[in-house]
Ligand binder design. Structure first.
Ligand code: SF4
Ligand code: SF4
Length: 442
Protein backbone atom coordinates (compact mmCIF):
# COMPACT_ATOMS: atom_id res chain seq x y z
CA UNK A 1 0.00 0.00 0.00
CA UNK A 2 1.18 3.57 -0.69
CA UNK A 3 1.58 6.35 1.85
CA UNK A 4 -2.05 7.36 1.37
CA UNK A 5 -3.43 3.89 2.04
CA UNK A 6 -7.14 3.58 2.70
CA UNK A 7 -8.10 1.89 5.96
CA UNK A 8 -11.27 1.73 8.03
CA UNK A 9 -10.38 4.28 10.70
CA UNK A 10 -13.10 4.93 13.20
CA UNK A 11 -14.20 5.32 16.86
CA UNK A 12 -16.58 3.60 19.28
CA UNK A 13 -20.31 4.48 19.16
CA UNK A 14 -21.98 6.78 16.64
CA UNK A 15 -25.00 6.45 14.35
CA UNK A 16 -25.85 6.30 10.64
CA UNK A 17 -28.58 8.89 10.00
CA UNK A 18 -30.04 9.39 6.48
CA UNK A 19 -27.48 11.71 5.06
CA UNK A 20 -29.63 13.81 2.68
CA UNK A 21 -26.45 14.89 0.88
CA UNK A 22 -27.72 13.85 -2.57
CA UNK A 23 -29.97 16.95 -2.62
CA UNK A 24 -27.04 19.35 -3.07
CA UNK A 25 -23.79 17.45 -3.59
CA UNK A 26 -23.63 17.33 -7.38
CA UNK A 27 -24.27 21.00 -8.15
CA UNK A 28 -21.33 23.42 -8.47
CA UNK A 29 -20.98 26.20 -5.91
CA UNK A 30 -22.78 29.37 -7.02
CA UNK A 31 -21.72 32.89 -6.06
CA UNK A 32 -24.39 35.22 -4.64
CA UNK A 33 -24.09 38.96 -5.22
CA UNK A 34 -25.55 40.57 -2.09
CA UNK A 35 -28.20 43.29 -2.23
CA UNK A 36 -29.48 45.51 0.54
CA UNK A 37 -28.21 46.03 4.08
CA UNK A 38 -25.43 43.86 5.49
CA UNK A 39 -25.35 43.02 9.22
CA UNK A 40 -22.09 42.22 11.06
CA UNK A 41 -22.61 40.98 14.64
CA UNK A 42 -19.64 41.93 16.83
CA UNK A 43 -19.73 38.49 18.50
CA UNK A 44 -19.41 35.84 15.84
CA UNK A 45 -16.53 34.05 17.52
CA UNK A 46 -15.68 32.65 20.97
CA UNK A 47 -14.07 35.30 23.18
CA UNK A 48 -14.39 39.04 23.67
CA UNK A 49 -16.70 40.85 21.20
CA UNK A 50 -15.01 42.87 18.46
CA UNK A 51 -14.86 46.66 18.96
CA UNK A 52 -16.27 48.92 16.19
CA UNK A 53 -13.77 51.32 14.56
CA UNK A 54 -16.34 52.92 12.26
CA UNK A 55 -19.30 55.16 13.07
CA UNK A 56 -22.65 56.04 11.55
CA UNK A 57 -22.18 57.82 8.20
CA UNK A 58 -18.67 56.47 7.45
CA UNK A 59 -18.12 55.16 3.93
CA UNK A 60 -16.37 51.80 3.82
CA UNK A 61 -14.89 49.61 1.10
CA UNK A 62 -15.11 45.85 0.58
CA UNK A 63 -12.30 44.29 2.62
CA UNK A 64 -12.00 47.25 5.02
CA UNK A 65 -11.71 46.48 8.71
CA UNK A 66 -14.77 47.74 10.60
CA UNK A 67 -14.11 46.26 14.06
CA UNK A 68 -10.91 45.41 15.93
CA UNK A 69 -10.40 42.30 18.05
CA UNK A 70 -11.57 42.98 21.62
CA UNK A 71 -8.68 41.02 23.21
CA UNK A 72 -6.27 38.17 22.48
CA UNK A 73 -9.12 35.64 22.30
CA UNK A 74 -11.22 37.64 19.82
CA UNK A 75 -11.17 38.47 16.10
CA UNK A 76 -11.54 41.57 13.92
CA UNK A 77 -14.41 41.94 11.43
CA UNK A 78 -14.27 43.24 7.84
CA UNK A 79 -16.90 44.74 5.59
CA UNK A 80 -17.79 42.46 2.72
CA UNK A 81 -19.35 45.21 0.56
CA UNK A 82 -18.76 48.89 -0.13
CA UNK A 83 -21.27 51.33 1.29
CA UNK A 84 -22.12 53.53 4.25
CA UNK A 85 -22.38 52.61 7.94
CA UNK A 86 -26.10 53.00 8.66
CA UNK A 87 -26.07 52.31 12.38
CA UNK A 88 -24.61 50.18 15.16
CA UNK A 89 -27.34 48.46 17.16
CA UNK A 90 -28.40 45.08 18.60
CA UNK A 91 -29.72 42.62 16.00
CA UNK A 92 -31.02 39.08 16.34
CA UNK A 93 -28.63 36.24 15.43
CA UNK A 94 -29.19 32.51 14.78
CA UNK A 95 -29.09 31.54 18.45
CA UNK A 96 -32.03 33.89 19.07
CA UNK A 97 -29.84 36.31 21.07
CA UNK A 98 -29.64 40.05 20.36
CA UNK A 99 -26.03 40.98 19.53
CA UNK A 100 -24.61 44.44 18.93
CA UNK A 101 -24.00 44.68 15.17
CA UNK A 102 -22.63 47.06 12.54
CA UNK A 103 -25.18 47.65 9.75
CA UNK A 104 -23.81 48.71 6.35
CA UNK A 105 -25.99 50.03 3.55
CA UNK A 106 -24.59 48.18 0.54
CA UNK A 107 -24.08 50.52 -2.46
CA UNK A 108 -23.72 47.44 -4.72
CA UNK A 109 -20.54 48.91 -6.28
CA UNK A 110 -18.25 46.45 -4.44
CA UNK A 111 -15.31 48.87 -4.45
CA UNK A 112 -12.51 47.01 -2.79
CA UNK A 113 -9.34 47.76 -0.84
CA UNK A 114 -6.04 46.54 -2.30
CA UNK A 115 -4.66 43.31 -0.88
CA UNK A 116 -0.96 42.45 -0.55
CA UNK A 117 -0.13 38.85 -1.45
CA UNK A 118 2.85 37.24 0.32
CA UNK A 119 5.54 34.79 -0.66
CA UNK A 120 4.72 32.16 1.95
CA UNK A 121 8.21 30.61 1.84
CA UNK A 122 9.75 33.90 3.04
CA UNK A 123 7.43 34.39 6.01
CA UNK A 124 8.46 33.69 9.60
CA UNK A 125 6.21 31.68 11.90
CA UNK A 126 5.28 34.86 13.76
CA UNK A 127 4.33 36.63 10.53
CA UNK A 128 2.09 33.72 9.51
CA UNK A 129 0.28 33.86 12.88
CA UNK A 130 -0.07 37.66 12.63
CA UNK A 131 -1.62 37.49 9.13
CA UNK A 132 -4.12 34.86 10.30
CA UNK A 133 -4.98 36.96 13.37
CA UNK A 134 -5.31 40.20 11.38
CA UNK A 135 -7.56 38.51 8.82
CA UNK A 136 -10.10 37.59 11.54
CA UNK A 137 -9.91 33.86 10.87
CA UNK A 138 -11.90 31.74 13.34
CA UNK A 139 -12.98 28.08 13.38
CA UNK A 140 -15.61 28.03 10.65
CA UNK A 141 -16.90 24.53 11.40
CA UNK A 142 -19.21 26.02 14.04
CA UNK A 143 -17.01 26.64 17.08
CA UNK A 144 -15.75 30.10 16.08
CA UNK A 145 -12.62 29.83 18.21
CA UNK A 146 -10.00 32.35 17.01
CA UNK A 147 -7.57 30.37 14.83
CA UNK A 148 -4.40 32.29 15.79
CA UNK A 149 -4.93 31.16 19.40
CA UNK A 150 -5.34 27.53 18.35
CA UNK A 151 -2.19 27.76 16.25
CA UNK A 152 -0.14 29.12 19.18
CA UNK A 153 0.11 26.16 21.60
CA UNK A 154 2.58 26.41 24.50
CA UNK A 155 4.91 23.77 23.07
CA UNK A 156 4.65 23.86 19.26
CA UNK A 157 7.51 21.37 18.93
CA UNK A 158 5.26 18.75 20.56
CA UNK A 159 2.66 18.93 17.79
CA UNK A 160 2.94 15.74 15.71
CA UNK A 161 -0.16 16.04 13.56
CA UNK A 162 -2.07 18.82 11.84
CA UNK A 163 -5.41 17.28 10.92
CA UNK A 164 -7.59 18.81 8.20
CA UNK A 165 -11.12 17.90 9.25
CA UNK A 166 -12.62 16.92 5.90
CA UNK A 167 -15.06 14.41 7.42
CA UNK A 168 -18.22 16.51 6.95
CA UNK A 169 -20.19 13.86 8.85
CA UNK A 170 -23.23 16.03 9.61
CA UNK A 171 -26.18 14.97 7.40
CA UNK A 172 -27.26 17.27 4.50
CA UNK A 173 -24.05 19.37 4.56
CA UNK A 174 -21.98 19.27 1.36
CA UNK A 175 -19.98 22.51 1.39
CA UNK A 176 -16.68 20.84 2.31
CA UNK A 177 -17.32 18.18 -0.31
CA UNK A 178 -17.78 20.80 -3.04
CA UNK A 179 -14.78 22.77 -1.79
CA UNK A 180 -12.57 19.67 -1.92
CA UNK A 181 -13.68 18.96 -5.49
CA UNK A 182 -13.58 22.53 -6.79
CA UNK A 183 -10.66 24.11 -4.88
CA UNK A 184 -8.54 21.25 -3.56
CA UNK A 185 -5.25 23.06 -4.08
CA UNK A 186 -6.26 25.92 -1.75
CA UNK A 187 -6.97 23.33 0.95
CA UNK A 188 -3.60 21.63 0.42
CA UNK A 189 -1.72 24.94 0.31
CA UNK A 190 -3.52 26.09 3.47
CA UNK A 191 -2.50 22.88 5.23
CA UNK A 192 1.10 23.43 4.09
CA UNK A 193 1.01 26.93 5.62
CA UNK A 194 -0.10 25.48 8.98
CA UNK A 195 2.64 22.82 8.75
CA UNK A 196 5.20 25.66 8.45
CA UNK A 197 4.34 26.50 12.08
CA UNK A 198 5.07 23.02 13.46
CA UNK A 199 8.50 21.65 12.58
CA UNK A 200 7.78 18.10 13.75
CA UNK A 201 4.25 17.70 12.41
CA UNK A 202 2.76 15.60 9.63
CA UNK A 203 -0.40 16.76 7.86
CA UNK A 204 -3.45 14.52 7.61
CA UNK A 205 -6.36 15.14 5.26
CA UNK A 206 -9.04 13.11 7.08
CA UNK A 207 -11.98 12.36 4.77
CA UNK A 208 -15.00 10.07 5.33
CA UNK A 209 -14.98 7.15 2.91
CA UNK A 210 -18.33 8.15 1.37
CA UNK A 211 -16.34 10.84 -0.53
CA UNK A 212 -14.23 8.54 -2.68
CA UNK A 213 -13.85 11.13 -5.46
CA UNK A 214 -12.36 13.63 -2.98
CA UNK A 215 -10.02 10.98 -1.55
CA UNK A 216 -8.73 10.10 -5.02
CA UNK A 217 -8.29 13.72 -6.02
CA UNK A 218 -6.47 14.69 -2.81
CA UNK A 219 -4.26 11.59 -3.04
CA UNK A 220 -3.32 12.52 -6.61
CA UNK A 221 -2.53 16.11 -5.69
CA UNK A 222 -0.45 15.17 -2.62
CA UNK A 223 1.47 12.21 -4.01
CA UNK A 224 4.72 14.20 -3.93
CA UNK A 225 4.03 15.88 -0.57
CA UNK A 226 6.16 13.91 1.90
CA UNK A 227 4.50 15.55 4.93
CA UNK A 228 0.86 15.05 3.90
CA UNK A 229 -1.23 11.85 4.05
CA UNK A 230 -4.84 11.32 3.03
CA UNK A 231 -6.73 9.12 5.50
CA UNK A 232 -10.09 7.56 4.68
CA UNK A 233 -12.31 7.37 7.76
CA UNK A 234 -15.31 5.12 8.15
CA UNK A 235 -18.53 6.99 7.38
CA UNK A 236 -20.28 7.36 10.69
CA UNK A 237 -21.74 10.27 12.67
CA UNK A 238 -20.01 12.12 14.53
CA UNK A 239 -16.75 11.22 12.77
CA UNK A 240 -15.93 14.92 12.40
CA UNK A 241 -16.26 15.74 16.14
CA UNK A 242 -12.81 16.75 17.32
CA UNK A 243 -12.24 13.91 19.81
CA UNK A 244 -13.57 11.23 17.49
CA UNK A 245 -11.56 12.58 14.55
CA UNK A 246 -8.30 12.63 16.52
CA UNK A 247 -8.88 9.10 17.77
CA UNK A 248 -9.77 7.73 14.33
CA UNK A 249 -6.85 9.50 12.59
CA UNK A 250 -4.08 8.96 15.15
CA UNK A 251 -5.27 6.46 17.76
CA UNK A 252 -4.81 9.12 20.48
CA UNK A 253 -7.61 9.70 22.99
CA UNK A 254 -8.48 13.00 24.66
CA UNK A 255 -11.16 13.83 27.21
CA UNK A 256 -13.17 16.97 27.91
CA UNK A 257 -10.47 18.50 30.12
CA UNK A 258 -7.78 18.17 27.43
CA UNK A 259 -7.05 20.18 24.33
CA UNK A 260 -6.09 18.51 21.02
CA UNK A 261 -2.59 19.99 21.55
CA UNK A 262 -2.29 17.83 24.71
CA UNK A 263 -2.39 14.84 22.36
CA UNK A 264 0.05 16.50 19.94
CA UNK A 265 -2.68 17.47 17.48
CA UNK A 266 -4.06 20.60 15.84
CA UNK A 267 -7.40 20.25 14.04
CA UNK A 268 -8.92 22.71 11.58
CA UNK A 269 -11.85 22.29 9.23
CA UNK A 270 -11.85 22.74 5.44
CA UNK A 271 -13.26 26.28 5.26
CA UNK A 272 -10.92 27.49 8.02
CA UNK A 273 -7.86 26.09 6.24
CA UNK A 274 -8.90 27.77 2.99
CA UNK A 275 -9.40 31.04 4.95
CA UNK A 276 -5.84 30.61 6.27
CA UNK A 277 -4.63 30.24 2.68
CA UNK A 278 -6.47 33.45 1.64
CA UNK A 279 -5.15 35.35 4.68
CA UNK A 280 -1.51 34.34 4.38
CA UNK A 281 -0.89 33.78 0.65
CA UNK A 282 -3.32 36.34 -0.78
CA UNK A 283 -3.41 38.84 2.11
CA UNK A 284 -7.23 38.76 2.16
CA UNK A 285 -9.34 38.97 5.31
CA UNK A 286 -12.13 36.51 6.07
CA UNK A 287 -15.11 37.77 4.09
CA UNK A 288 -16.74 34.74 2.46
CA UNK A 289 -17.76 31.24 3.24
CA UNK A 290 -19.64 28.42 1.57
CA UNK A 291 -23.15 27.76 2.86
CA UNK A 292 -25.25 24.70 1.97
CA UNK A 293 -28.88 25.77 1.48
CA UNK A 294 -30.85 22.54 1.40
CA UNK A 295 -33.71 20.35 2.62
CA UNK A 296 -36.85 19.05 0.89
CA UNK A 297 -38.63 22.40 1.38
CA UNK A 298 -36.07 24.19 -0.85
CA UNK A 299 -36.67 24.42 -4.60
CA UNK A 300 -33.05 24.31 -5.78
CA UNK A 301 -30.83 22.99 -2.96
CA UNK A 302 -27.13 23.75 -3.52
CA UNK A 303 -24.01 25.40 -2.13
CA UNK A 304 -23.37 29.13 -2.37
CA UNK A 305 -20.36 31.36 -1.95
CA UNK A 306 -21.80 33.83 0.52
CA UNK A 307 -20.47 37.17 1.73
CA UNK A 308 -20.60 37.23 5.52
CA UNK A 309 -23.31 39.68 6.64
CA UNK A 310 -25.95 38.61 4.08
CA UNK A 311 -29.47 37.91 5.29
CA UNK A 312 -30.65 34.26 5.44
CA UNK A 313 -33.83 35.25 3.56
CA UNK A 314 -31.67 36.19 0.56
CA UNK A 315 -30.02 32.77 0.59
CA UNK A 316 -33.42 31.11 0.39
CA UNK A 317 -34.45 33.39 -2.46
CA UNK A 318 -31.25 32.49 -4.38
CA UNK A 319 -32.06 28.81 -3.89
CA UNK A 320 -35.44 29.33 -5.63
CA UNK A 321 -37.50 29.82 -2.47
CA UNK A 322 -39.68 27.21 -0.78
CA UNK A 323 -41.57 24.47 -2.65
CA UNK A 324 -43.76 24.11 0.40
CA UNK A 325 -43.89 25.65 3.84
CA UNK A 326 -41.05 24.21 5.96
CA UNK A 327 -41.97 22.63 9.29
CA UNK A 328 -38.48 23.18 10.58
CA UNK A 329 -35.66 25.54 9.60
CA UNK A 330 -32.22 24.90 11.05
CA UNK A 331 -29.01 26.92 10.90
CA UNK A 332 -26.38 24.18 10.54
CA UNK A 333 -27.06 20.46 10.27
CA UNK A 334 -29.96 18.44 11.72
CA UNK A 335 -27.86 16.91 14.54
CA UNK A 336 -26.07 19.95 15.97
CA UNK A 337 -27.69 23.00 14.34
CA UNK A 338 -29.96 25.67 15.86
CA UNK A 339 -33.69 25.65 15.07
CA UNK A 340 -34.62 29.08 13.68
CA UNK A 341 -37.81 30.93 14.49
CA UNK A 342 -36.98 33.98 12.40
CA UNK A 343 -35.21 33.95 9.03
CA UNK A 344 -34.28 37.61 9.37
CA UNK A 345 -30.77 36.86 10.68
CA UNK A 346 -27.33 37.47 9.15
CA UNK A 347 -24.82 34.95 7.82
CA UNK A 348 -21.78 34.86 10.10
CA UNK A 349 -18.30 33.35 9.99
CA UNK A 350 -19.64 30.11 11.50
CA UNK A 351 -22.83 29.66 9.41
CA UNK A 352 -22.33 26.36 7.57
CA UNK A 353 -25.82 25.56 6.32
CA UNK A 354 -29.47 26.50 6.16
CA UNK A 355 -31.64 23.39 6.29
CA UNK A 356 -35.37 23.63 5.55
CA UNK A 357 -37.42 20.48 6.13
CA UNK A 358 -41.09 19.85 5.37
CA UNK A 359 -41.34 17.36 8.24
CA UNK A 360 -40.18 17.68 11.78
CA UNK A 361 -40.63 14.06 12.74
CA UNK A 362 -38.76 14.25 16.01
CA UNK A 363 -40.57 17.21 17.52
CA UNK A 364 -43.96 15.96 16.28
CA UNK A 365 -43.54 12.86 18.43
CA UNK A 366 -44.15 13.32 22.12
CA UNK A 367 -41.45 11.79 24.31
CA UNK A 368 -42.61 8.70 26.17
CA UNK A 369 -41.24 6.73 29.12
CA UNK A 370 -37.78 5.19 28.83
CA UNK A 371 -37.98 1.50 27.98
CA UNK A 372 -34.42 0.84 29.21
CA UNK A 373 -33.31 -0.44 25.83
CA UNK A 374 -29.75 0.83 26.33
CA UNK A 375 -29.42 2.08 22.74
CA UNK A 376 -28.46 5.60 23.84
CA UNK A 377 -25.42 4.19 25.69
CA UNK A 378 -24.50 1.94 22.75
CA UNK A 379 -24.21 4.85 20.32
CA UNK A 380 -22.69 7.41 22.68
CA UNK A 381 -19.15 8.26 21.49
CA UNK A 382 -18.54 10.03 24.83
CA UNK A 383 -18.89 6.65 26.63
CA UNK A 384 -21.45 7.99 29.09
CA UNK A 385 -24.98 6.80 29.96
CA UNK A 386 -27.24 9.45 28.38
CA UNK A 387 -30.42 8.11 29.96
CA UNK A 388 -28.99 8.50 33.46
CA UNK A 389 -27.34 11.85 32.75
CA UNK A 390 -30.59 13.29 31.45
CA UNK A 391 -32.30 12.25 34.70
CA UNK A 392 -29.60 14.05 36.74
CA UNK A 393 -29.97 17.06 34.46
CA UNK A 394 -33.76 17.12 34.76
CA UNK A 395 -33.41 16.95 38.59
CA UNK A 396 -30.76 19.67 38.50
CA UNK A 397 -28.37 17.31 40.32
CA UNK A 398 -25.10 18.88 39.22
CA UNK A 399 -22.83 16.78 41.45
CA UNK A 400 -24.19 13.46 40.19
CA UNK A 401 -24.07 14.76 36.61
CA UNK A 402 -20.37 15.64 36.89
CA UNK A 403 -19.54 12.49 38.86
CA UNK A 404 -21.04 10.36 36.08
CA UNK A 405 -18.89 12.14 33.48
CA UNK A 406 -21.57 14.38 32.02
CA UNK A 407 -18.87 16.78 30.86
CA UNK A 408 -17.53 14.11 28.46
CA UNK A 409 -20.61 14.60 26.26
CA UNK A 410 -19.70 16.29 22.95
CA UNK A 411 -23.35 17.25 22.30
CA UNK A 412 -23.42 15.20 19.10
CA UNK A 413 -27.13 14.30 19.34
CA UNK A 414 -26.67 10.56 18.65
CA UNK A 415 -28.59 9.54 21.80
CA UNK A 416 -31.69 11.59 20.95
CA UNK A 417 -31.50 10.38 17.36
CA UNK A 418 -31.52 6.70 18.33
CA UNK A 419 -33.94 6.82 21.29
CA UNK A 420 -37.16 4.93 20.39
CA UNK A 421 -39.01 6.83 23.14
CA UNK A 422 -37.92 10.13 21.51
CA UNK A 423 -36.65 11.43 24.84
CA UNK A 424 -34.97 14.83 24.72
CA UNK A 425 -31.69 13.48 26.02
CA UNK A 426 -29.22 15.82 24.26
CA UNK A 427 -31.28 18.88 25.10
CA UNK A 428 -31.26 18.09 28.85
CA UNK A 429 -27.57 17.13 28.92
CA UNK A 430 -26.57 20.17 26.87
CA UNK A 431 -28.31 22.61 29.19
CA UNK A 432 -26.79 20.97 32.29
CA UNK A 433 -23.31 21.16 30.72
CA UNK A 434 -23.88 24.86 30.15
CA UNK A 435 -24.84 25.34 33.81
CA UNK A 436 -21.74 23.44 35.00
CA UNK A 437 -19.44 25.47 32.72
CA UNK A 438 -21.04 28.74 33.86
CA UNK A 439 -20.57 27.71 37.52
CA UNK A 440 -16.89 26.89 36.92
CA UNK A 441 -16.32 30.42 35.59
CA UNK A 442 -17.79 32.05 38.74
S1 SF4 B 1 -24.64 11.90 25.68
FE1 SF4 B 1 -23.64 13.48 24.47
S2 SF4 B 1 -21.93 12.44 23.47
FE2 SF4 B 1 -23.33 10.85 24.19
S3 SF4 B 1 -24.65 10.49 22.41
FE3 SF4 B 1 -25.70 11.98 23.70
S4 SF4 B 1 -25.11 13.96 22.83
FE4 SF4 B 1 -23.63 12.44 22.01
S1 SF4 C 1 -32.45 5.00 24.11
FE1 SF4 C 1 -34.20 6.05 25.08
S2 SF4 C 1 -35.54 4.41 25.71
FE2 SF4 C 1 -33.55 3.46 25.32
S3 SF4 C 1 -32.48 3.50 27.32
FE3 SF4 C 1 -31.90 5.36 26.25
S4 SF4 C 1 -33.39 6.88 26.99
FE4 SF4 C 1 -34.24 4.87 27.48
Amino acid sequence: MGKNSIAKLTFRGGVHPDDGKALSKDKPIKTIIPKGDMVYPLSQHIGAPAVPIVKKGDRVLTGQRIADAGGFVSAPIYSTVSGVVKTIEPRRVVTGDMVNSIIIENDEKFEEVEYTPHDVQKLSKQEIIEFIKDAGVVGMGGAGFPTHVKLSPKEPEKIDYVIANCAECEPYLTSDYRRMLEEPQKLIDGLKIILRLFDNAQGILAVEDNKKDCIELLEKLTKNESKITVKALKTKYPQGAERQLIYASTGRAINSSMLPADAGCVVDNVDTIVAIYHAVAEGKPLMNRIVTVTGDAIKDPRNFYVRIGMNYKDLIEEAGGFVSEPQKVISGGPMMGFALFDLNVPTTKTASALLCLTKDEVSMMEPSACINCGRCSDVCPGRVVPKQLSIYADHNDMDAFVEHNGMECCECGCCSFICPAKRHLTQSIKSMRKTVLANRKK
